[in-house]
Design a protein around this ligand. Structure first.
Ligand code: SF4
Length: 675
């Protein structure tokens, strides 16, 4: 049996695992004991990470729509047709009538080439990916405050923390190896503060649980700051030497008294005081957050408020401190790093910066567009309006993951041409004109960059099924069909190009990555990588405080409850892989709507009752589950399930800065289903 060391395909923890290969088939996965994150452990999804690889549903041949049916064709025909249709649309309607959605499940090399395809071949900055729906507020907010949107410290740095504030993160289910590290730190004496409207397992285990009303994160964070200032627990030396803008923040924070915060959030003043004291008095404190913080129409403000908290207490740039935006997909950090974003080239070099543009034009040998592109949800709106007519979607399934499913259907049906690359048939491939079968993580070489900025090698263990190909080859073929040079003999050669144009990856090469990888910034071949950011200085010189106010949250009497969405331990994103993993699907085979027993009693609903959940955008028939995990007034639906898609209910209300939709707070009402 051959053993191939690679990286888990699921969450952003980036655990190292070993694929066991026998007779050309992956027969199992086990943890890598030498790996610095997993340290010989994996969560249940990691242990079962390879179970879908040989599933009979795998896409094996390129397909082209012929009327109502899909016909098998050669790669040459599928790619020639794709290039022809994209070129025709560009000639008729201009380059900005085209768009590409890349995949956070793809490698860095794949994301880089797809972003290059959008810019250098199609001539548009309309390129984005799932980060828009998860951590766009981190890229924006932490970028504004600290000069970098990434996690400041490695996961294991939490072991040195004296207090850890976890907010908007169901960590034991979504990032189990981060949760294990946090709980290890707690066992060593760190105080665990969890702020979450739901009583998640993490909240159960916390020393202090704050349960704010949905959407009131800015208020309680400002309230903690109010108490920290009042108790003299700010780090004045740090504020004076390394930051700017504190006086305006202080003035604002003074208005967020415990009593005012209680009125907005429902958090009792005594709990807020305990949390503020634990965080403010800790010599080393850290903030960990995820999509419960970012997926709001105030997502960027929520992130800025948390950044204020760590800066005011001087908790940046040291072991045990820092701010940890936990990335959901294994390579969502890398896809952002690679410039699969409408305003950045790789390494967050702005497309509007003439010097950056000239550099990329020289590297790619063609003129590049200067206008920022559309974000993912904006692309869907443009498609429905006919402003975008042609699209490539790589490994994403917006039919399940994007807000307002009805609008997504209208948008994708409005396109004149849609090509979708994936490993399995999905609700989105069903609408495609061309379907491109691509390799899974076990069938390709390349790199992923984990949530802690660790660039790691993904290794090919088996050959792709049928005619499926790694997407690096597919993107390179398409680039050549648009006369853009793309003569890469391997993903290593793509990484060589990435490091030549991306300062933070300047010293990265496949040869250097070994078992532990390298953390960016790694600017030169002799640089050891950077595990802790902002130790001596910030990329923007001084870090910046931003005084952010709590948004007013209007009540809607027609929709008196609030829906929040999330993930289950046993499933990943739209379920294309985990729902084809028998043991995982057996554990969580269907969606339910979680309702507080008091709300359920008022509605006349029991566990198992079929209910109709209605919002302004749609309705959903779903089985009720009664649980005190959700507070009164809030209901919860996991979003993995195509047969009960939560995005039939969610809306496209966007955060004005990051353009993330407010998936975590949708006004809804519930009634018993007829019959
Ligand atoms: Fe994979 Fe995340 Fe589980 Fe690690 S914690 S094994 S990366 S799903």
């Amino acid at each position: 049996m051959e053993k191939i060391a690679t990286i888990c395909v699921y969450c952003g923890c980036g655990c190292g695992l070993v694929l066991h290969v026998e007779d050309g088939r992956v027969v199992g996965a086990s943890p890598s004991s030498a790996h610095p994150v997993s340290r010989g452990r994996l969560c249940v999804k990691g242990w079962l990470a390879a179970d879908f690889v040989h599933h009979p549903d795998r896409l094996k041949t390129p397909l082209v729509r012929r009327g109502e049916r899909m016909a098998r064709v050669s790669w040459d025909e599928a790619l020639s047709l794709s290039a022809k249709r994209l070129r025709e649309i560009r000639e008729e309607s201009g380059p900005d009538s085209l768009a590409i959605l890349t995949s956070a499940k793809g490698t860095n090399e794949e994301n880089y080439l797809l972003a290059k395809l959008a810019r250098a071949a199609l001539g548009t900055n309309n390129v984005d990916h799932v980060a828009r729906l998860c951590h766009a507020p981190s890229v924006a907010g932490l970028g504004i405050a600290l000069g970098s949107g990434a996690m400041t410290n490695p996961i294991r740095s939490l072991l040195s923390s004296d207090a850890i504030l976890v907010t908007g993160s169901n960590t034991t289910e979504q990032h189990p190896l981060v949760a294990a590290t946090i709980l290890e730190a707690q066992a060593q004496g760190a105080t665990l503060i969890v702020a979450d409207p739901r009583r998640t397992q993490m909240a159960e285990l916390a020393d202090i649980h704050l349960a704010p009303r949905l959407g009131t994160d800015v208020a309680w964070t400002n309230g903690m700051l109010n108490l920290i200032i009042g108790r003299g627990l700010i780090d004045e030396d740090f504020i004076n030497e390394r930051t700017e803008g504190f006086s305006a923040l202080k003035e604002l924070a003074l208005r967020y008294t415990p009593a005012a915060v209680e009125r907005i959030t429902g958090i009792p003043p005594a709990d807020l005081e305990k949390a503020a004291a634990a965080f403010g008095e800790a010599p080393r404190a850290a903030v960990v957050y995820a999509m419960g913080t970012t997926q709001h129409s105030s997502g960027t403000d929520n992130v800025l408020a948390l950044a204020n908290l760590v800066l005011a207490t001087g908790n940046v740039g040291r072991d045990g401190t820092g701010i940890y935006p936990l990335r959901g997909h294994q390579n969502v950090q890398g896809a952002c790093d690679m410039g699969a974003l409408p305003i950045f080239y790789s390494g967050y070099q702005k497309v509007e910066d003439p010097a950056a543009r000239r550099k990329m034009e020289a590297a790619w040998g063609t003129d590049l567009p200067a206008t920022p592109g559309l974000t993912a949800v904006e692309m869907m709106e443009a498609a429905e309006e006919g402003r975008i007519r042609g699209m490539i979607i790589s490994g994403e399934n917006p039919m399940i993951s994007y807000p307002d499913r009805g609008q997504v259907i209208r948008a994708l049906r409005s396109l004149d041409f849609l090509a979708v690359a994936d490993i399995f048939p999905t609700e989105t491939t069903a609408l495609a004109d061309v379907v491109l079968p691509v390799a899974s993580f076990a069938e390709k070489d390349g790199t992923f960059t984990s949530t802690e900025r660790r660039i790691q090698r993904v290794r090919r263990a088996v050959t792709p099924p049928g005619e499926a190909r790694p997407e690096v080859e597919v993107a390179a073929e398409l680039l050549r069909r648009f006369s853009v040079t793309a003569d890469y003999a391997s993903p290593e050669e793509v990484m060589a190009e990435i490091s030549s144009v991306t300062p933070s990856y300047g010293g990265v090469s496949s040869r250097r990555l070994g078992i532990s990888g390298l953390s960016w910034p790694c600017p030169s071949p002799d640089h050891p990588g950077t595990e802790i950011l902002h130790q001596g200085s910030f990329p923007i010189g001084r870090a910046r405080f931003y005084a952010v106010e709590q948004q007013h949250l209007p009540e809607d009497l027609d929709y008196p409850l609030f829906l929040t969405t999330g993930r289950s331990l046993f499933h990943f994103h739209t379920g294309t892989m985990t729902r084809r993993t028998h043991l995982l699907d057996r554990e969580r085979p269907k969606a339910t709507v979680d309702i507080n027993p008091a709300d359920a009693a008022a509605l006349g609903v029991r566990s198992g009752t079929m209910v109709v959940v209605e919002s302004a955008t749609g309705s959903l028939d779903i089985e009720a589950r009664l649980t005190a995990e959700v507070p009164m007034g809030t209901v919860y639906i996991p979003f993995h399930f195509a047969e009960a898609p939560a995005n039939q209910l969610t809306t496209r209300t966007l955060d004005p800065t990051s353009k993330i939709p407010g998936l975590k707070r949708t006004p809804v009402r519930i009634r018993r289903a007829e019959g």
